[in-house]
Each structure stands twice: as structure tokens, then as C-alpha cells.
Design a protein around this ligand. Sequence first.
Ligand code: TXA
Ligand code: MG
Length: 322
Amino acid sequence: MRCDFNHQSLLQAARYLQDGKLVSFPTETVYGLGADATNDRAVASIYNAKGRPSFNPLIAHVPTLEAAQSIGAFSDTALQLAKQFWPGPLTVVVPLRAPSSISRLVTAGLDTIALRVPAPEKVRALLSEADRPIAAPSANLSGRISPTMATHVEADLGNKIAMILDDGPCQSGVESTIIDCSTETLCILRHGPVTQEEIASLFPGISSNRISVTNDTAPSAPGQLTSHYAPTKAVRLEATDKKADEFMIGFGAYQGDLNLSPTADLIEAAANLFAYLHQADESEAKMIAIAPIPYSGLGAAINDRLARAAAEQPTPKAGDLS
Ligand code: TXA
Ligand code: MG
């Protein structure tokens, strides 16, 4: 349902978000597809609605810098950037504080998190009312262009989400600038409305190589290439039984030590995926076996993630090289 973004619809939208439902809201960049970032199932339903064939980490939207700092650990540099550009179209990637209530599906299993405080006052009021961080990628079907009008969202996702808050066209139409502040060297992961020059001018004393820029010709989504969580143990896919030295992640009738979804529900399986991979990795077992997962619907994204996990050969730690 598309409705005017007013006080009444704001309250209703906040309730929907608290109930784990999807709500689209307009930011200064594009319309976002929001869900409770602390609710695994709600976050999984973002991927389901978008039909995304892979899991990328998502941006968590919060109403204030204080809220952001309760989730991520801000270096002095990150703090300086946030104070300068928030509220506004800048996303910072910072280490995730532990323990965290953030769904592992939001960070795609990483120990860093992307955070942003959006500019529109109404959106920050919605985030305050919802009283939890809201994960929100652009509100379009996978492979379609980012929506800058509520009618775009309605055309792509109208029948899949609880509510679309319509506040007219977005101001910028270009997604937020993403800057990785989790390492010594600042790195722009995605160019956007806050420019490299604006960022560099904040740190006059710093040499230019302090701010590096990712290759624009690389596959568009940052985090897709290098910054993905992969288990440290070898992974065996399509496993229909468990071997002695394995931790088995089951699905449906294939039980395992943990079962992604005993009822073979792919949204539930996606919701559990990263948490279970971590548990398997932390277990005593030497290897990880994973039951077959169907390729339909969200299964495509789950299998994509698992194929990457299996392809990444664990590298021996320095101490192991005798
Ligand atoms: O303007 C925007 O940022 C819009 C509006 C709705 O706020 N949102 C948006 O979200 O573009 P999304 O999910 O489409 O973009 C998130 C990007 C992804 O490309 C992802 O790879 C990167 O942020 N990202 C998220 N967390 C990351 C992390 N921990 N490390 C590296 N990259 C990360
Ligand atoms: Mg997008």
C-alpha cells in the first residue's frame, strides 16, 4: 500500500517494522526497502522481495550518531566524518561492537557494519519511532534501476511489502557515498553525493594515499569481492550424510547438527545461514558439510554464498607452517 508520508502513516510504518514487515521509505538518495536489522527473518525477507541472487552486506540506518556509536566502534576519523556529513548521504563502514543484536545477514557475516543517518527529518523520526536500526537497500527488484519515486517502488515491489511511504521524488537519486573506516587507510568503496574532494578536504594534513579509491570498473557492489565472510574450515556441499570429522548444517529432511530450516522454508534458511556458518566454524569439527539446498527463490542466493564458502580454500595460519 502506497500512502502519503505523514504522522499517522509514520506511526503505522514503525509498527510494521517492529513486527518484522517490510516498509519502503524515501531518503535523500533513493527509496529504501527497510526491515528491522535485528530480526533475521525480516532481513531475509528483504532478499526474498528483491529477488537478489546473492547476499551483500546491507546498510543499517539509524536516527542519530549516538545510535550509530552504540552499534559500531568509531575511530577518530570515522567520528569526524560522521560529524561533518550526518545527517546526510554518507555511509561509514566501522567495526561492529560485540556482542551485537544486529542480524548476521545484515553484515553478511562480516565483523564490520555499514551505518548511515539519513537526511530527511521524517525518516529520522520513523527510525526513532521504530526504535531499532533499519537495514535498507534500494527498493527495486534485483537488476532494476534504483527507485527515486514511490511509484517506481510500487511497480517493482508493491505486492510484496507492507507499506510504501510516499514523499515525492528523492533529492539526489544517487546512492550514498560509502567509506570504509575500519582500517588505517580510509577507502571509498562507492562514490556518491559526498565527493572524494569533500572527504579529502576534511583531512588537510593527511597525504593523498591515506584515502584510496576502489577500482570503479570492478563489479559494482563493494564487499562483493574482498570483504565477504568465509569460514576458515573446508566446506563440503550437497552433503546427504555427515562424516565423523564434520559439522553438518542440515536443511529439510537432512537433519545435521543444526538445521537451516526443518520445514525447508528458504526464508528461514537464509535467516539462519550466517549464524550457522559461524557456529560450524567455531565447533570442534574439522570440516563443514552442508545439505543440498534447492536453487529456487532465495535458494539461489544461499547457494551462491555456499559456493563461495566452498571455493575459498582455507589458508594455513603462519604457525601451521612447520
Ligand atoms: O543511499 C543509500 O545508501 C541507499 C539508501 C536506501 O539509504 N541504500 C543502499 O543500500 O544503497 P545497499 O544495501 O544497496 O548498499 C549497500 C552497499 C553494498 O554495496 C555493500 O556491499 C556495502 O554497502 N556494504 C555494506 N556493509 C558493508 C561492509 N561491512 N563492508 C563493506 N561494504 C559494505
Ligand atoms: Mg541498489
